[in-house]
Write a protein that binds this ligand. Structure first.
Ligand code: PHE
Length: 336
């Protein structure tokens, strides 16, 4: 029986060395170490031996079982480590996985671009409230009490005296009443009008207001400033056109067109065959406005302008539907 046990040990060690996977190991365990395994069945047969031989053989069988168990654990460790190595082989030369990076919304981008151009010309950026007193949005800007722009149809009223600002021109009054000339400021921000949404209207959109007040400011300064802006925003040779217009807070007033960026003035669908695109309203600040902010119209003068950011973005990128900016469709936004 002693020989038989040593033989089993030899055989087990040999087999263990050639085992390459977990299922082979399991077979080994059942064959040698399991409840019905070879070692156990040998131990059960100890009773067949003469009593004086039993302790020695019993001890040997136990020793062999312990040794084989140890070797079995080692082999298990070896095979498991190999598996891990194969499955999760770490190749440090592979490029890493980059985290997804966001980017600015096209409106934020164009807004920054507009502001940067004017900042380079020396304008300071200010921001003001979206919920505004009628006084700053209308009254101090020389809107008569019965002016159609005050109509419930255009203006979102919070209360009788409080509105969602309909334009960024409220900032003209807010800045001038707290600061004496010279001032040169741009004021970007959201504005609200009670329009139903379509390809060119939205109840909320963005404007950038600009104004400058100093001694001897003329309409030529306004023209020079806006021409420089258009040339930087669009193209060095984009033509501008100043059309007479009306705003209660500017006199004279103008609407400014640029040569159509799509057809270069030939006439197309975007410019309704006119060759021109309106991009902003402007004018010399009306002396009436200075009364509200305690400026002396005899010694100073100034210009103001206001433009729609969505409108500029649409022209710059050739987008024909304003709603695309508000839908947050990633397929659209990823293009910028
Ligand atoms: N606030 C005017 C608008 O929203 C634009 C404008 C601004 C006109 C400044 C003249 C001067 O239509």
């Amino acid at each position: 029986m002693k020989e038989k046990l040593l033989e089993i040990k030899e055989q087990a060690i040999g087999e263990l060395e050639s085992i390459q996977d977990i299922s082979g190991l399991e077979k080994f365990r059942v064959t040698y170490l399991g409840k019905k395994g070879l070692i156990t069945s040998m131990m059960k047969r100890l009773g067949e031996l003469p009593p004086e031989d039993r302790p020695e053989i019993g001890k040997l069988a136990n020793q062999i079982k312990t040794d084989l168990s140890g070797l079995f654990e080692d082999a298990h460790g070896r095979i498991e480590a190999k598996g891990t190595e194969e499955e999760f082989y770490l190749d440090i030369t592979l490029p890493g996985r980059e985290p997804a990076r966001g980017h600015l919304h096209p409106i934020s981008r164009v807004n920054r671009e507009i502001c940067n151009i004017f900042m380079k010309m020396g304008f300071r950026v200010v921001k003001g409230p979206n919920v505004e007193l009628d006084y700053y949005n209308f009254e101090a800007l020389n809107f008569p009490k019965d002016h159609p722009a005050r109509d419930m149809q255009d203006t979102f009223y919070i209360s009788k005296k409080v509105v969602l600002r309909t334009h960024t021109s409220n900032m003209q009054i807010r800045v001038m009443e707290s600061q004496s000339p010279p001032v040169s400021v741009i004021a970007p921000g959201k504005v609200y009008r009670s329009d139903s949404a379509d390809a060119s209207h939205a109840p909320m959109f963005h404007q950038v207001e600009g104004f400058l007040v100093d001694k001897n400011v003329t309409f030529a300064d306004l023209k020079g400033t806006l021409t420089s802006f258009v040339h930087q925003m669009f193209d060095r040779d984009t033509a501008l056109r100043f059309r007479p217009s009306f705003f209660p807070f500017t006199e004279p007033s103008a609407e400014v067109d640029i040569q159509c960026v799509i057809c270069r003035g030939e006439g197309c669908r975007t410019c309704s065959q006119t060759g021109w695109l309106e991009i902003l309203g402007a004018g010399m600040i009306d002396p009436e406005v200075y009364r509200f902010v305690d400026y002396d119209p005899e010694t100073i003068s100034g210009f103001a302008f206001g433009m729609g950011v969505e409108r500029i973005a649409m022209l710059k990128y050739g987008i024909d539907d304003l709603q695309l900016f508000f839908k947050n469709d990633m397929r659209f936004l990823r293009q910028f």
